[in-house]
Design a protein around this ligand. Structure first.
Ligand SMILES: *Cc1c(COP(=O)(O)O)cnc(C)c1O
Length: 390
Protein backbone atom coordinates (compact mmCIF):
# COMPACT_ATOMS: atom_id res chain seq x y z
CA UNK A 1 0.00 0.00 0.00
CA UNK A 2 0.92 3.61 -0.39
CA UNK A 3 2.93 4.84 2.60
CA UNK A 4 3.40 8.57 3.16
CA UNK A 5 7.05 9.44 2.65
CA UNK A 6 9.06 10.06 5.80
CA UNK A 7 9.34 13.78 5.29
CA UNK A 8 5.58 14.13 4.95
CA UNK A 9 5.15 12.34 8.25
CA UNK A 10 7.68 14.71 9.78
CA UNK A 11 5.83 17.72 8.41
CA UNK A 12 2.54 16.47 9.79
CA UNK A 13 4.16 15.91 13.16
CA UNK A 14 5.42 19.48 13.20
CA UNK A 15 2.04 20.89 12.20
CA UNK A 16 0.31 18.94 14.98
CA UNK A 17 2.53 20.67 17.50
CA UNK A 18 1.94 24.05 15.83
CA UNK A 19 -1.19 25.08 17.72
CA UNK A 20 -0.75 28.71 18.67
CA UNK A 21 2.38 28.98 16.56
CA UNK A 22 3.20 32.62 15.90
CA UNK A 23 5.89 33.65 13.44
CA UNK A 24 4.91 37.17 12.55
CA UNK A 25 5.46 39.80 15.20
CA UNK A 26 2.21 41.72 14.52
CA UNK A 27 -0.07 41.34 17.56
CA UNK A 28 -2.73 43.15 19.57
CA UNK A 29 -2.37 43.31 23.34
CA UNK A 30 -5.68 43.64 25.17
CA UNK A 31 -5.60 44.96 28.72
CA UNK A 32 -8.47 43.41 30.65
CA UNK A 33 -7.73 45.56 33.71
CA UNK A 34 -8.48 48.64 31.62
CA UNK A 35 -11.68 47.07 30.27
CA UNK A 36 -12.75 46.42 33.86
CA UNK A 37 -11.88 49.96 34.90
CA UNK A 38 -13.91 51.33 31.98
CA UNK A 39 -17.02 49.43 33.09
CA UNK A 40 -16.65 50.93 36.53
CA UNK A 41 -16.35 54.42 35.03
CA UNK A 42 -19.59 53.84 33.10
CA UNK A 43 -21.33 52.46 36.21
CA UNK A 44 -20.29 55.52 38.23
CA UNK A 45 -21.52 57.83 35.45
CA UNK A 46 -25.00 56.28 35.29
CA UNK A 47 -25.42 55.52 38.99
CA UNK A 48 -25.64 52.30 40.98
CA UNK A 49 -29.26 51.49 40.26
CA UNK A 50 -28.78 51.37 36.49
CA UNK A 51 -27.83 48.06 34.84
CA UNK A 52 -24.90 48.09 32.48
CA UNK A 53 -25.48 45.94 29.44
CA UNK A 54 -21.97 45.77 28.03
CA UNK A 55 -22.01 45.62 24.24
CA UNK A 56 -19.57 42.97 23.00
CA UNK A 57 -20.78 42.62 19.43
CA UNK A 58 -18.21 42.38 16.65
CA UNK A 59 -15.87 40.38 18.90
CA UNK A 60 -16.08 43.13 21.52
CA UNK A 61 -15.13 45.78 18.99
CA UNK A 62 -12.07 43.73 18.12
CA UNK A 63 -10.96 43.10 21.73
CA UNK A 64 -12.07 39.46 21.89
CA UNK A 65 -15.67 38.85 22.97
CA UNK A 66 -15.15 36.08 25.50
CA UNK A 67 -12.33 37.69 27.39
CA UNK A 68 -13.83 41.18 27.25
CA UNK A 69 -17.26 39.84 28.22
CA UNK A 70 -15.84 38.06 31.27
CA UNK A 71 -13.92 41.18 32.28
CA UNK A 72 -17.02 43.37 32.06
CA UNK A 73 -19.10 40.92 34.08
CA UNK A 74 -16.37 40.52 36.70
CA UNK A 75 -16.28 44.31 37.02
CA UNK A 76 -20.01 44.52 37.66
CA UNK A 77 -21.80 44.65 34.31
CA UNK A 78 -25.30 43.18 34.61
CA UNK A 79 -25.23 41.47 31.22
CA UNK A 80 -23.83 41.47 27.71
CA UNK A 81 -25.27 42.52 24.38
CA UNK A 82 -24.33 41.07 21.01
CA UNK A 83 -25.57 41.68 17.51
CA UNK A 84 -25.83 38.11 16.22
CA UNK A 85 -27.29 34.93 17.65
CA UNK A 86 -23.97 33.28 16.78
CA UNK A 87 -22.14 35.74 18.99
CA UNK A 88 -24.42 34.87 21.90
CA UNK A 89 -23.92 31.16 21.32
CA UNK A 90 -20.15 31.68 21.34
CA UNK A 91 -20.36 33.35 24.77
CA UNK A 92 -22.54 30.52 26.14
CA UNK A 93 -20.12 27.94 24.72
CA UNK A 94 -17.36 29.70 26.68
CA UNK A 95 -19.35 29.21 29.86
CA UNK A 96 -20.78 32.69 30.35
CA UNK A 97 -24.14 32.40 32.10
CA UNK A 98 -25.07 36.10 32.51
CA UNK A 99 -28.00 37.63 30.59
CA UNK A 100 -27.19 38.08 26.90
CA UNK A 101 -29.33 40.37 24.75
CA UNK A 102 -29.27 39.81 20.98
CA UNK A 103 -29.58 43.29 19.48
CA UNK A 104 -29.90 42.07 15.91
CA UNK A 105 -32.97 40.02 16.74
CA UNK A 106 -33.99 36.43 16.15
CA UNK A 107 -32.93 35.57 12.63
CA UNK A 108 -35.27 33.14 10.94
CA UNK A 109 -34.60 29.57 12.08
CA UNK A 110 -32.45 30.55 15.06
CA UNK A 111 -35.33 30.45 17.56
CA UNK A 112 -34.66 26.96 18.99
CA UNK A 113 -31.00 27.87 19.55
CA UNK A 114 -31.98 31.17 21.17
CA UNK A 115 -34.25 29.31 23.56
CA UNK A 116 -31.75 26.53 24.22
CA UNK A 117 -29.03 29.05 25.05
CA UNK A 118 -31.31 31.30 27.07
CA UNK A 119 -30.54 34.33 24.93
CA UNK A 120 -32.76 37.42 25.08
CA UNK A 121 -33.54 38.59 21.56
CA UNK A 122 -34.77 42.02 20.53
CA UNK A 123 -38.15 41.75 18.74
CA UNK A 124 -40.19 44.13 16.60
CA UNK A 125 -42.56 42.03 14.45
CA UNK A 126 -45.49 39.78 15.33
CA UNK A 127 -43.67 36.95 13.50
CA UNK A 128 -40.76 37.20 15.93
CA UNK A 129 -43.13 36.71 18.84
CA UNK A 130 -44.96 33.77 17.28
CA UNK A 131 -41.81 31.92 16.30
CA UNK A 132 -40.03 32.47 19.60
CA UNK A 133 -43.15 31.47 21.53
CA UNK A 134 -43.40 28.25 19.50
CA UNK A 135 -39.74 27.43 20.18
CA UNK A 136 -40.14 28.19 23.89
CA UNK A 137 -43.24 25.99 24.17
CA UNK A 138 -41.44 23.16 22.37
CA UNK A 139 -38.68 23.42 24.97
CA UNK A 140 -41.18 23.79 27.79
CA UNK A 141 -39.70 27.09 28.90
CA UNK A 142 -40.18 30.84 28.48
CA UNK A 143 -38.12 33.15 26.32
CA UNK A 144 -37.30 36.68 27.52
CA UNK A 145 -37.67 39.29 24.78
CA UNK A 146 -36.90 43.00 24.44
CA UNK A 147 -39.37 44.98 22.34
CA UNK A 148 -37.63 47.60 20.23
CA UNK A 149 -39.49 50.73 19.22
CA UNK A 150 -38.10 52.73 16.33
CA UNK A 151 -38.33 56.32 17.53
CA UNK A 152 -36.24 57.77 14.74
CA UNK A 153 -33.35 55.54 13.74
CA UNK A 154 -35.09 53.99 10.74
CA UNK A 155 -33.34 50.68 11.36
CA UNK A 156 -34.65 47.93 13.65
CA UNK A 157 -37.81 48.28 15.70
CA UNK A 158 -41.52 48.85 15.20
CA UNK A 159 -43.04 52.28 14.77
CA UNK A 160 -45.12 53.71 17.59
CA UNK A 161 -48.16 53.19 15.34
CA UNK A 162 -47.35 49.47 15.04
CA UNK A 163 -46.67 48.95 18.73
CA UNK A 164 -50.31 48.41 19.85
CA UNK A 165 -50.74 45.51 17.41
CA UNK A 166 -47.42 43.96 18.45
CA UNK A 167 -48.32 44.16 22.12
CA UNK A 168 -51.76 42.70 21.45
CA UNK A 169 -50.10 39.74 19.74
CA UNK A 170 -47.87 39.38 22.78
CA UNK A 171 -50.80 39.44 25.22
CA UNK A 172 -53.25 37.35 23.23
CA UNK A 173 -51.02 34.68 21.72
CA UNK A 174 -47.61 34.61 23.35
CA UNK A 175 -47.74 35.66 27.00
CA UNK A 176 -47.60 32.00 28.10
CA UNK A 177 -44.24 31.44 26.41
CA UNK A 178 -42.54 34.83 26.32
CA UNK A 179 -41.43 37.12 29.05
CA UNK A 180 -41.39 40.89 28.53
CA UNK A 181 -37.80 41.43 29.65
CA UNK A 182 -37.30 44.81 28.07
CA UNK A 183 -38.48 47.82 26.11
CA UNK A 184 -35.88 49.74 24.20
CA UNK A 185 -35.07 52.19 21.48
CA UNK A 186 -31.84 53.26 19.82
CA UNK A 187 -30.62 56.84 19.43
CA UNK A 188 -29.50 57.95 15.99
CA UNK A 189 -27.95 61.32 16.79
CA UNK A 190 -26.71 61.25 20.38
CA UNK A 191 -23.18 62.06 19.18
CA UNK A 192 -24.30 65.04 17.06
CA UNK A 193 -24.21 68.66 18.19
CA UNK A 194 -27.94 69.25 17.68
CA UNK A 195 -29.83 67.85 20.71
CA UNK A 196 -33.23 68.13 18.98
CA UNK A 197 -33.37 64.70 17.25
CA UNK A 198 -32.48 62.98 20.54
CA UNK A 199 -35.10 65.01 22.40
CA UNK A 200 -37.71 63.92 19.84
CA UNK A 201 -36.65 60.27 20.13
CA UNK A 202 -36.79 60.33 23.93
CA UNK A 203 -40.26 61.91 23.84
CA UNK A 204 -41.32 59.19 21.40
CA UNK A 205 -40.00 56.49 23.71
CA UNK A 206 -41.88 57.97 26.65
CA UNK A 207 -45.13 57.81 24.66
CA UNK A 208 -44.31 54.22 23.65
CA UNK A 209 -43.90 53.26 27.30
CA UNK A 210 -47.44 54.56 27.88
CA UNK A 211 -48.66 52.19 25.18
CA UNK A 212 -47.15 49.37 27.26
CA UNK A 213 -48.64 50.56 30.54
CA UNK A 214 -52.16 51.19 29.19
CA UNK A 215 -52.14 47.48 28.29
CA UNK A 216 -51.00 46.54 31.75
CA UNK A 217 -47.58 45.54 30.43
CA UNK A 218 -44.56 46.38 32.50
CA UNK A 219 -41.22 45.64 30.79
CA UNK A 220 -38.67 44.64 33.39
CA UNK A 221 -35.93 46.76 31.90
CA UNK A 222 -36.25 49.95 29.87
CA UNK A 223 -33.03 50.84 28.05
CA UNK A 224 -32.07 53.51 25.55
CA UNK A 225 -28.62 54.98 25.94
CA UNK A 226 -25.57 54.01 23.93
CA UNK A 227 -22.19 55.51 24.83
CA UNK A 228 -22.97 58.94 23.39
CA UNK A 229 -26.34 58.93 25.16
CA UNK A 230 -24.62 58.13 28.46
CA UNK A 231 -22.61 61.34 28.03
CA UNK A 232 -25.31 63.55 26.52
CA UNK A 233 -28.75 62.21 27.52
CA UNK A 234 -28.12 61.86 31.25
CA UNK A 235 -31.86 62.00 32.01
CA UNK A 236 -32.51 58.87 29.92
CA UNK A 237 -30.56 56.10 31.64
CA UNK A 238 -33.82 54.39 32.64
CA UNK A 239 -33.21 50.88 34.07
CA UNK A 240 -30.21 50.06 31.91
CA UNK A 241 -27.70 51.43 29.43
CA UNK A 242 -25.95 49.82 26.46
CA UNK A 243 -22.42 51.19 26.22
CA UNK A 244 -20.15 49.89 23.51
CA UNK A 245 -17.41 52.22 22.34
CA UNK A 246 -17.04 53.87 25.79
CA UNK A 247 -16.05 50.51 27.29
CA UNK A 248 -13.21 50.37 24.81
CA UNK A 249 -11.98 53.83 25.77
CA UNK A 250 -13.41 55.99 23.00
CA UNK A 251 -16.37 58.11 21.99
CA UNK A 252 -18.24 58.03 18.71
CA UNK A 253 -16.50 61.37 18.22
CA UNK A 254 -13.99 62.96 20.54
CA UNK A 255 -16.42 65.45 22.07
CA UNK A 256 -18.64 62.66 23.46
CA UNK A 257 -15.70 60.89 25.10
CA UNK A 258 -16.80 59.76 28.56
CA UNK A 259 -14.18 61.22 30.93
CA UNK A 260 -12.13 58.52 32.64
CA UNK A 261 -12.33 55.70 30.09
CA UNK A 262 -9.06 54.57 28.53
CA UNK A 263 -7.87 52.71 25.46
CA UNK A 264 -7.53 49.00 26.25
CA UNK A 265 -5.85 47.65 23.15
CA UNK A 266 -2.43 48.20 21.72
CA UNK A 267 -1.35 47.00 18.29
CA UNK A 268 2.30 46.45 17.66
CA UNK A 269 4.76 44.83 15.32
CA UNK A 270 8.49 44.68 14.79
CA UNK A 271 10.73 45.92 12.00
CA UNK A 272 11.58 43.10 9.61
CA UNK A 273 14.13 45.21 7.80
CA UNK A 274 15.86 48.57 7.70
CA UNK A 275 16.77 49.82 4.23
CA UNK A 276 19.09 52.63 3.14
CA UNK A 277 17.76 54.19 -0.07
CA UNK A 278 19.00 57.21 -2.00
CA UNK A 279 17.05 60.40 -2.69
CA UNK A 280 14.89 59.98 -5.78
CA UNK A 281 13.86 56.38 -5.03
CA UNK A 282 10.18 55.66 -5.72
CA UNK A 283 8.57 53.72 -2.88
CA UNK A 284 5.95 50.97 -3.06
CA UNK A 285 3.23 50.35 -5.67
CA UNK A 286 2.58 53.23 -8.02
CA UNK A 287 5.54 55.22 -6.69
CA UNK A 288 3.08 57.58 -5.01
CA UNK A 289 6.01 58.87 -2.95
CA UNK A 290 9.58 59.53 -4.01
CA UNK A 291 12.28 60.06 -1.40
CA UNK A 292 13.38 63.70 -1.21
CA UNK A 293 16.52 62.82 0.75
CA UNK A 294 18.76 59.83 1.32
CA UNK A 295 16.63 57.84 3.72
CA UNK A 296 16.47 54.90 6.07
CA UNK A 297 13.20 53.06 5.68
CA UNK A 298 11.80 50.54 8.10
CA UNK A 299 9.86 47.59 6.71
CA UNK A 300 6.85 46.71 8.88
CA UNK A 301 4.96 43.41 8.41
CA UNK A 302 1.53 45.06 8.51
CA UNK A 303 -0.82 45.73 5.62
CA UNK A 304 -4.42 46.19 4.67
CA UNK A 305 -5.12 42.48 5.19
CA UNK A 306 -4.48 43.20 8.88
CA UNK A 307 -7.00 46.04 8.81
CA UNK A 308 -4.34 48.71 8.38
CA UNK A 309 -6.32 50.56 5.71
CA UNK A 310 -4.65 51.32 2.41
CA UNK A 311 -6.48 54.65 2.45
CA UNK A 312 -4.08 55.75 5.21
CA UNK A 313 -1.14 55.62 2.79
CA UNK A 314 0.74 58.90 3.04
CA UNK A 315 -1.28 59.87 6.16
CA UNK A 316 -0.42 57.47 8.95
CA UNK A 317 2.37 57.39 11.50
CA UNK A 318 3.86 54.61 13.62
CA UNK A 319 5.95 54.88 16.77
CA UNK A 320 9.55 53.61 16.92
CA UNK A 321 11.89 54.51 19.79
CA UNK A 322 9.36 57.14 20.88
CA UNK A 323 9.46 58.88 17.48
CA UNK A 324 6.45 59.42 15.19
CA UNK A 325 7.53 57.90 11.89
CA UNK A 326 5.46 58.59 8.76
CA UNK A 327 4.29 55.72 6.58
CA UNK A 328 5.92 56.14 3.18
CA UNK A 329 4.24 55.13 -0.09
CA UNK A 330 1.27 52.81 -0.47
CA UNK A 331 0.33 50.37 2.26
CA UNK A 332 0.33 46.93 0.64
CA UNK A 333 -1.51 43.75 1.58
CA UNK A 334 1.05 42.51 4.09
CA UNK A 335 3.68 45.20 4.40
CA UNK A 336 4.34 48.90 4.62
CA UNK A 337 7.36 51.17 4.97
CA UNK A 338 8.06 53.93 7.46
CA UNK A 339 10.64 56.71 7.42
CA UNK A 340 13.34 56.06 10.06
CA UNK A 341 15.83 58.63 8.80
CA UNK A 342 15.45 60.63 12.01
CA UNK A 343 15.69 57.51 14.19
CA UNK A 344 19.25 56.36 13.55
CA UNK A 345 19.19 53.90 16.45
CA UNK A 346 16.39 51.85 14.84
CA UNK A 347 17.35 48.27 13.93
CA UNK A 348 15.64 45.31 12.35
CA UNK A 349 13.64 43.57 15.08
CA UNK A 350 12.79 46.76 16.98
CA UNK A 351 9.31 47.38 18.32
CA UNK A 352 6.82 49.34 16.19
CA UNK A 353 3.61 50.64 17.76
CA UNK A 354 0.69 51.07 15.35
CA UNK A 355 -1.81 51.99 18.05
CA UNK A 356 -0.73 52.65 21.61
CA UNK A 357 1.90 54.59 23.50
CA UNK A 358 5.66 54.88 23.54
CA UNK A 359 7.02 57.32 26.09
CA UNK A 360 5.16 60.59 25.67
CA UNK A 361 4.02 59.63 22.15
CA UNK A 362 0.58 58.19 21.56
CA UNK A 363 -1.43 56.99 18.60
CA UNK A 364 -5.05 56.12 19.32
CA UNK A 365 -8.19 55.15 17.40
CA UNK A 366 -9.08 58.81 16.91
CA UNK A 367 -5.78 59.38 15.07
CA UNK A 368 -6.13 56.28 12.91
CA UNK A 369 -9.77 57.15 12.16
CA UNK A 370 -8.74 60.63 11.02
CA UNK A 371 -5.99 59.22 8.78
CA UNK A 372 -8.30 56.59 7.28
CA UNK A 373 -11.31 58.90 6.97
CA UNK A 374 -13.46 56.59 9.13
CA UNK A 375 -14.85 56.52 12.69
CA UNK A 376 -13.08 55.01 15.73
CA UNK A 377 -15.49 52.02 15.65
CA UNK A 378 -14.14 50.97 12.26
CA UNK A 379 -10.57 51.17 13.50
CA UNK A 380 -11.25 48.99 16.57
CA UNK A 381 -13.32 46.39 14.70
CA UNK A 382 -11.07 46.67 11.69
CA UNK A 383 -7.96 44.90 12.92
CA UNK A 384 -8.42 41.54 11.28
CA UNK A 385 -8.37 38.00 12.62
CA UNK A 386 -4.82 37.74 11.33
CA UNK A 387 -3.70 39.97 14.21
CA UNK A 388 -3.75 37.68 17.27
CA UNK A 389 -5.24 39.18 20.45
CA UNK A 390 -3.15 38.50 23.55
C1 LIG B 1 -23.89 48.98 18.89
C2 LIG B 1 -25.07 49.33 19.71
C3 LIG B 1 -24.90 49.95 20.96
C4 LIG B 1 -23.56 50.45 21.45
O1 LIG B 1 -23.24 51.64 20.77
P1 LIG B 1 -21.95 52.51 21.17
O2 LIG B 1 -22.11 53.74 20.35
O3 LIG B 1 -20.77 51.72 20.77
O4 LIG B 1 -22.01 52.76 22.61
C5 LIG B 1 -26.03 50.14 21.73
N1 LIG B 1 -27.25 49.74 21.30
C6 LIG B 1 -27.45 49.18 20.10
C7 LIG B 1 -28.81 48.78 19.68
C8 LIG B 1 -26.37 48.96 19.25
O5 LIG B 1 -26.57 48.41 18.06
Amino acid sequence: MHEPPDNQRAYLGAVERADGFLARPTVANVDTQTLMANVRVVQRAVGDGVRVLAVVKADAYGHGAVRAGRAFLDAGAWGLAVSLVEEGVQLRAAGITAPIVVLGGASLGSEPMIVACGLQPVVWEPGHLDRLAAAARAADTRCPVHVQVDTGMGRLGCLATELPELLDVFTERCADALELAGAMTHLACADEQDPEPTRRQLAGFKRALETFSTRGLDPTMRHVNNSAGIVRATDAHYDGVRPGIALYGFGAVQDVHLPGVAMAIEVESRLVGVRELPAGSGISYGHTQTLTRDSRLGVVPVGYEDGYARSMSGQAFMLVHEHRCPVVGRITMDTCMIDLTDVPEARSGDLVTLMGEQGSQRIDAYDLARWAGVIPYEILCGFSKRVPRR
